[in-house]
Design a protein around this ligand. Structure first.
Ligand code: PRP
Ligand code: URA
Length: 208
């Protein structure tokens, strides 16, 4: 596995705004989509291209298109929904595989309540999206599920990652690359990322 921390100035700026304790639901939502979009741009840099010919305004011209596997975006519900439009703004044709996972607040164990995957996963590159990688339990469970369904190429996009979660994914799935806007410091005693963003799902959905 590799971890790529994307230190683009726009990401640093937007993430700084997201960390404010008094941020509104509206602003948090908008920024989660925007950072999701920039992470998508970086996570697709190495996609293969193939040449083809079209009729341009002055005659035949060689252009390029993305070749290889088609993409399925995999939001981990709920909070992953908060990045989905940002990702789809750059990959509008991607099919979406929804995975519902909730972390038990006491045990921190990931509990799966929804698995709605597209059916040709062996022919797709999966891009998992979730704002938070904390203990890594939710991410590891999602990757387990995708591999069981035949998916062989997986990338993960998270707004903030804790070192503990990075290690957990690295141990369980060394072939998966994680793209993140920030590697934060540590988890607190309740499993929250410090400095982190707080509860991303609550901030996106306006709950609590
Ligand atoms: C949050 C977050 C991740 C998970 C990360 O979701 O969006 O999915 O916790 O924690 P982990 O790395 O320790 O598994 P949560 O379970 O709070 O559900 P929600 O998205 O419905 O709010
Ligand atoms: N889930 C969140 O929403 N935030 C954290 O810091 C950890 C898990």
């Amino acid at each position: 596995m590799s971890i790529q921390e994307i230190r683009h100035p726009l990401i640093r700026h937007k993430l700084g705004l997201m960390r404010r304790a008094d941020i509104s639901t509206k602003n948090f939502r908008e920024l989660a989509q925007e950072v999701g979009s920039i992470l998508t741009y970086e996570a697709t840099r190495d996609l293969p291209l193939e040449d083809y010919s079209i009729n341009g305004w002055c005659g035949p011209v060689q252009v390029q298109k993305i070749s290889g596997k088609k993409i399925t975006v995999v939001p981990i519900l709920r909070a992953g929904i908060g990045m989905l439009d940002g990702v789809l703004s750059l990959i509008p044709g991607a099919k979406v595989s929804a995975v519902g996972i909730a972390r038990n607040e006491e045990t921190l164990q990931a509990h799966t309540y929804l698995e709605r995957l597209v059916d040709d996963l062996d022919q797709r590159l999966a891009m998992i999206i979730d704002p938070m990688l904390a203990t890594g339990g939710s991410m590891v469970a999602t990757i387990d599920m995708l591999k069981k369904a035949g998916c062989r190429e997986i990338r993960a996009l998270v707004l903030v990652a804790a070192p503990e979660g990075i290690r957990a994914v690295e141990q369980a799935h060394p072939d998966v690359t994680i793209y993140t806007a920030s590697i934060d410091d540590h988890l607190d005693e309740n499993g929250y990322i410090v400095p982190g963003l707080g509860d991303a799902g609550d901030k996106i959905f306006g709950t609590k």
